[in-house]
Design a protein around this ligand. Structure first.
Ligand SMILES: Nc1ncnc2c1ncn2[C@@H]1O[C@H](COP(=O)(O)OP(=O)(O)O)[C@@H](O)[C@H]1O
Ligand SMILES: [Mg+2]
Length: 324
């Protein structure tokens, strides 16, 4: 029997396809009540991990459980887990409503549930149209509607934002957040951080089948030092003045301005004033989470010691063939 917690546990999960290590020793937990983003570039191993979680691929090592059980041992899986994986096939000549009715009987819920989920995903007025004429975004909504048929406690979506326009992404965000707030578990994958940044509370970032960061997105943001960009009248004089005060993290940008990390704007302004240098402009640079994501997943990143709840995992040397 499962424990009813809604928790997803992935423990030391590994999948080898011949010479390709698609997933390597991956561990993370997804708690109910939050939206967790499963992030990594194409080929990182996201779909393979989700397929193992859903019992579609058997792991080479490790295990994945939902409610404390492997997927295959969940009593009524359609009532516990709703999932949308890549390359969802729809019969093009079938209407959305008919598609949903077929699945409703498979999951063991009444036909009326098809109408309810069509309303839930905003396809109420398009339910009698043939799916062949649907846009990619509408197909994504229909796939989500299919996953919602059993009113599942756990929702697992592989790249749900693919093909959605900004309005669709905003709608999906509101939907998933309210689903999670009602105490359910939501795990969504994406190869683009920006697509899900506003939606997720937690992230699991993987690269080449390995965890690079696992924890709250806020902690990842806060771990990044912000920089002050300053345009002085005399670059050399300001650099000398700052160095004299022990400031080391100074970089000259291609446009001639200076990027200074580790001190406040006020500190720089005071140092400039003391050195008789005018400041024509100064701005605090926002943390570029996208750049951090790229660094974390491009294999270039040497992880610093990190004190927060989330943690960085030191990058291993690339494995042969582990990168699509
Ligand atoms: N059935 C398979 N046979 C062989 N290699 C596979 C198979 N499925 C996935 N892979 C490989 O595993 C790696 C991870 O793929 P995938 O899990 O689809 O990544 P993602 O979903 O993050 O883009 C890639 O190198 C991919 O080519
Ligand atoms: Mg994938």
């Amino acid at each position: 029997m499962h424990d009813g917690s809604g928790r997803i546990v992935v423990q030391n999960l590994t999948k080898q396809f011949g010479p390709v290590t698609a997933v390597q020793n991956l561990s993370f937990t997804v708690e109910p009540g939050s939206v967790t983003g499963f992030l990594g570039p194409n080929g990182a191993g996201k779909t393979t991990t989700l397929r193992m979680l859903l019992g579609l691929v058997s792991p080479t090592a490790g295990f994945a459980t939902i409610n404390g059980s492997p997927f295959g041992r969940l009593g009524q899986p359609g009532r516990v887990v709703g999932a949308v994986l890549e390359a969802q096939g729809f019969h093009p000549k079938r209407t959305a409503r008919n598609h949903l009715k077929v699945y409703a009987s498979a999951v063991g819920v009444p036909d009326q549930r098809a109408d309810q989920v069509l309303q839930l995903v905003g396809l109420g007025s398009a339910g009698d149209r043939k799916v062949g004429g649907y846009s990619l975004g509408m197909k994504q909504r229909l796939a989500l509607a299919t996953a919602l048929l059993g009113d599942p406690q756990v929702l697992v979506l592989d790249e749900p934002a693919n093909g959605l326009d900004p309005e669709g992404i905003a709608w999906l965000r509101t939907f998933l957040q309210s689903y999670a707030r009602s105490g359910r578990t939501v795990l969504i994958s994406s190869h683009l951080l920006a697509e899900v940044e506003q939606t997720v509370d937690q992230v699991v970032i993987i690269s080449r089948g390995q965890t690079m960061y696992y924890g709250p997105l806020d902690h990842l943001r806060q771990s990044q030092q912000s920089r002050v960009i300053v345009q002085p009248s005399d670059v050399g004089a300001l650099v000398t003045a700052l160095r004299a005060e022990g400031v080391q993290a100074i970089e000259q940008l291609p446009d001639g301005r200076l990027a200074v990390a580790g001190v406040t704007s006020k500190y720089i302004a005071d140092a400039a004033l003391k050195a008789g240098v005018s400041v024509y402009g100064m701005q605090e640079e926002q943390i570029d989470l996208e750049r951090l994501f790229f660094q974390l997943t491009s294999g270039q990143y040497a992880a610093p010691g990190y004190p927060g709840t989330g943690y960085y995992v030191q990058q291993q040397p690339p494995q042969q063939g582990g990168w699509a």
